[in-house]
Design a protein around this ligand. Structure first.
Ligand SMILES: [Zn+2]
Length: 213
C-alpha cells in the first residue's frame, strides 16, 4: 500500500526536478505563507489542489470537520497553529474551509453516544462540533433530506469564525486590520468553492465574489 505512495514520491521528484533550486531556496529562507488554511482531514478536500497553491503558500491545519474550538478547549493543537501563523508568520488571512458531504458533521448531527466507549477521542471532538451542526439542522426548512446536513456544514464554519475571535491574537489583529477571516465551503458534488457573504449571511459561488471584486 505505502509502496505506491513512495512510487508517487519518485514521480514528484522527477516532476519537480527542474524546480529543485527554487525548492532549496524556499528551505533556506523563512516561510512566508499568505494564509492560514483550516480544513477538514477528509482525503477528498486537498487545500493546495483546490486553490492551486504552491510550496510555501498555505499554512495548513486539518482536523476532523475543520473544527475550531474556543480558546478554553482542552486540545491546544488548533490554538498552537493560530498562535504560530499569526504571531510568528504574520499571515494576513485565515480561511476556514468546510465541505458538503462532511462525515464529521454528519456524525455530529446524529447520536454520538455509540462513539463514547469505542472511540472516546472522536466522541469528545465531535461533541464540540455538535451544537453548530444541530443548529443548522434546526434552521433548515428545505425538504431535501440532505439539506440539514448542508446547513450543519455551513453553521459549523460560521461557528469556527466566531470561535476564532476567542483567541487574543486573532482579536488583536482583527482590530488593527492585520488579519481577515473567511468562511468557505467546498462543494464536493459541484466541485466548487462557496464563500460566506457577510452582508447576507449566505454562501455564494466563489466566482461571484471574484466578479464583484
Ligand atoms: Zn469533513
Amino acid at each position: 500500500m505505502t509502496s505506491s505512495l513512495l512510487d508517487g514520491h519518485g514521480l514528484f521528484q522527477r516532476r519537480y526536478f527542474h524546480e529543485r533550486e527554487y525548492l532549496r531556496n524556499l528551505a533556506l529562507a523563512d516561510q512566508r505563507p499568505s494564509a492560514l488554511f483550516i480544513g477538514c482531514s477528509d482525503s477528498r478536500v486537498v487545500p493546495e489542489y483546490l486553490t492551486s497553491a504552491g510550496f510555501g503558500e498555505l499554512f495548513v491545519l486539518r482536523n476532523i470537520a475543520n473544527f475550531v474550538p474556543k480558546l478554553d478547549h482542552a486540545d491546544a493543537s488548533v490554538g498552537a497553529a493560530i498562535d504560530y501563523a499569526l504571531g510568528a508568520l504574520g499571515v494576513p488571512d485565515i480561511i476556514v474551509c468546510g465541505h458538503y458531504g462532511c462525515g464529521g458533521v454528519k456524525a455530529a448531527l446524529d447520536d454520538l453516544e455509540p462513539f463514547r466507549a469505542k472511540h472516546p477521542s472522536l466522541h469528545e471532538w465531535l461533541e464540540g462540533v455538535a451544537p453548530a451542526a444541530r443548529r443548522g439542522r434546526a434552521a433548515s426548512a428545505d425538504p431535501d433530506p440532505d439539506a440539514p446536513w448542508r446547513r450543519g456544514v455551513e453553521e459549523n464554519v460560521i461557528q469556527a469564525l466566531e470561535n476564532l475571535i476567542t483567541y487574543d491574537v486573532v482579536r488583536e489583529k482583527l482590530e488593527s486590520g492585520a488579519v481577515h477571516l473567511h468562511a468557505w465551503i467546498y462543494d464536493l458534488y459541484q466541485t466548487r468553492i462557496r464563500v460566506l457573504d457577510v452582508e447576507t449571511g449566505g454562501f455564494v459561488d466563489a466566482s461571484e465574489i471574484q466578479r464583484n471584486g
